[in-house]
Structure formats: C-alpha cells, structure tokens
Design a protein around this ligand. Sequence first.
Ligand SMILES: [Zn+2]
Length: 468
Amino acid sequence: MSLDPLRYFPADPAQRRIATDLFATIEKLPLVCPHGHTDPAWFATDAPFEDAVSLLLWPDHYLLRLLYSAGVTLESIGLAPREGGGEVEKDRRRIWKRLADHYYIFRGTPCRAWLDHTFLEVFGLDRPFVPASADHYYDAINEKLTQPAFRPRALFERFNIEVIATTEHSGDGLKHHEALAASGWKGRVVTTLRPDEITDPDHDQFAASIRRIGELSGEDTGSWKGYLRAIENRRAFFRSHGATATDHGHPTAQTADLSAGDAEELFARVTSGKSDPKDRELFRAQMLTEMARMSVEDGMVMQIHPGCWRNHNTQLYRRFGANIGGDMPARGAFMGELKPLLDRFGNRADFTLLLFTLDESTYSRELAPLAGHYPCLKLGPAWWFHDSPEGMMRYRRLTTESAGFYNTAGFNDDTRAFFSIPARHDLARRIDCAYLSELVIQSRLPMEEAVHVAVDLAYNLPKKVYKL
Ligand SMILES: [Zn+2]
C-alpha cells in the first residue's frame, strides 16, 4: 500500500502537471491550525497516548456515525450507555477488529482518506487495513504509542505545526495553557473562547456558567451590565493565554440590536426562567451583536458556526450523550439574520467576522456575496460534512467568483483527531491546487499568480485572518 503522489489531482495530463507544480511549492509549508479541538492537556503533560481504540476510534464522531449506520452498536465498540443497556464490549482488540471488519463502509469517504494517510504516514503501516491485518495494526500502533517519538510534543514537531488553537469554554481556568507557557517548550498552542454556555439560555449549563464567570471575574452577573463586564473580563483572561479568537456555535446566525433597556429586560427574563423559545432565540441573537461589539473593542476575531442540529437522534442522545455521531446539518440563512449586526459593525475593516455553514446552498446565494462586500466578513473553510475532496472543491467553485480568494481564511482542520491533522491539511492543499490548475490551464489566472494564491491559502491567510 502506498499513497499516490498525484492523488486528487485532475486526470488531464497537462492540468495535472500544473497542479503538481503548484503543490510542490506548498507541500512542505508549516501547518497553521487556527481552529480545532485538540486537548491542551496532551501538549502540557506530553503523556503517551493510550491505545489505538481510545486514540483513533472513540473520539472520532465521523467514524461512530457511519459505523452506527451500518448496524454496529455503540456498546459493541466499547461505549457504555449512561444507564441500563446490555453488554458493553471491554476487549479493545476485539473492538479494533470490529473497525477493520467494517472498514469497507468508509470507501469513498474522507474518513478513509484520513485514516489511510495516518496509518501509512504517521505509523508506517503499509499493509492494507483489512480484517486479516487488524491484529497486526493493533499491536503495531500500540507499540509505537509507547515510543518517545509518538508523544504529543514530538508529533507536533514532526507534523510541522507552527501554531495550533484549542477551544475552551468561558469558565475554563486554562491551566494547561498556563503550564505550557511555563514549560519552556517552543510549540505554540493558543486557546479560543467558546462561550455558548453563557450566551445560549437553552444550554443546560447556562445558569451555572453565568454564576461561574461572576465568581471568576468578581462581577455581579445577576445584572445585565455586570454580566457583560464579566464576559469582557473572561475575554481578557483568554487573550492573556494567547487567544486571538472567539467561536460561537449558535443554532442560527440570527443577530439583533436591541436598546439597552430592552436587552436588560430580556436578560432578566432568560435568567429568571420566565422566558419562551422566542426570548431565548432573541437573547442569542443579541449576544452575537454584543460579542461583535466586544471584538471591535478588543480585536478578537469572531467566528460563527451556525446551523448544526445537535443530537438529532434523541434516543441515542439520551442513552450515550453528545458527540456520538448524531449531529446533522440544518438549513442555513444569513442575509437577513446578520443584518442587525452588520448595520452596526459591518463597515469596520478593523473587525473580523468569520462565517461557516453546513448548508452549501448558502455559499453562492448569501455568504460569498456578503463576504464579497462587507469589509468585516470572511468565509471560513468548508466545514464538517463538507471538509471532503468534493466539498472543498464545491466551496471554491461556489464562492470564488463572488468573494475571491482573499475573503476566505485558508484552511482549518477543526478536529480533535490529532493524528489526522497532516492528512487533512495535505488534502485541502491538493484540492486548492487542483482548483487553481483549472484556472491556469483555462488562462483565467497566470501560473505565477496561482503560486501566490496557493501559498496564501495554505499558509499566509489563516495566519493573517486569525491574527496569529
Ligand atoms: Zn470547531
């Protein structure tokens, strides 16, 4: 088994040569990872990873989703329900074998590409991953994980990561980031503030989280003004630990611009438990605009990741909790939804608002025209269900003509699957080179300019947009 050096490039020989030449100029550039979900404890403690199953299977909701669709129960791959339920498989070798037994279901999916790349490039496993080689894979991976070269910091360096951002909630004490800063290790790991638990009244930790940031900031979060000051205080704390960005995972991109009096009354309703669903959506909407105001003041880049229908499979959510593959894309809308926020801050070139979507129909209809006009707006890369070869190509085709390349933010891997990070960046770089090769061969862009674009997309844009 080997990786084809020309994988994902166009079939036409002349165009393929252009893509190959473009890729050669960016293949070895350092990885910039401005948005993701790796665990800062890995880098702070540098402890060895446990084993193949807990590293490569359990945390990967992409794998869990498709396995479940094929009739593989979560119990049979070692995940225990919160209550009741039948037998849970404890033997990790058998769990690993079950993944091998079902590896065929990932044919044609990006999961397959990422895992093949990880097996070969990271672990040096060059036999096909099939049921008959499952034991060999299991033993080889677990043996490698005991070696110093497979500790988190060594891999960070081997992967050529220049900077990686993790994501923490508003009440996090950022102990691991503090330990990292004090450790003297030169790897750059920054945090990102994800404050949904204090801005979304439907979050199950809403009341407790607001109390917590009150304690941490010394502000009275029982009042609207004290609550806002407490958030500003947490933002400053996160900035002091390297954060340059916030991230907002709201159900919709709805924004609002209420008067101070109306906002105060709304805050009182949502914190006293006397709100209805409309109030709660309006509060989330108002908070996006408040967060934008704070970003204008403190310079943090703001990201909105809307439109995910979390825990769509209610039965499975009740039994196993979140992040087991039951999240779905919802229909998206931005044009009217963002207007209240844009009416206030849309014309500020010193404010950066990055938009992501799970609804690809919004790219050409709404997002690219908006980003191609408002100075504050940038488009985040293809996200989640669409960070695939076809999805990334569709993203370029749907956005470039209205927004250009320079209203996009390059690539981010958005993953907690640390071992797949080189594979994901490799794939994104190849797809961008494939797209650019088409512009070059059709004389829509000179080769020397395409080289600049390729370098900017792979390296310069994510650093610039995220202020890293
Ligand atoms: Zn994310």
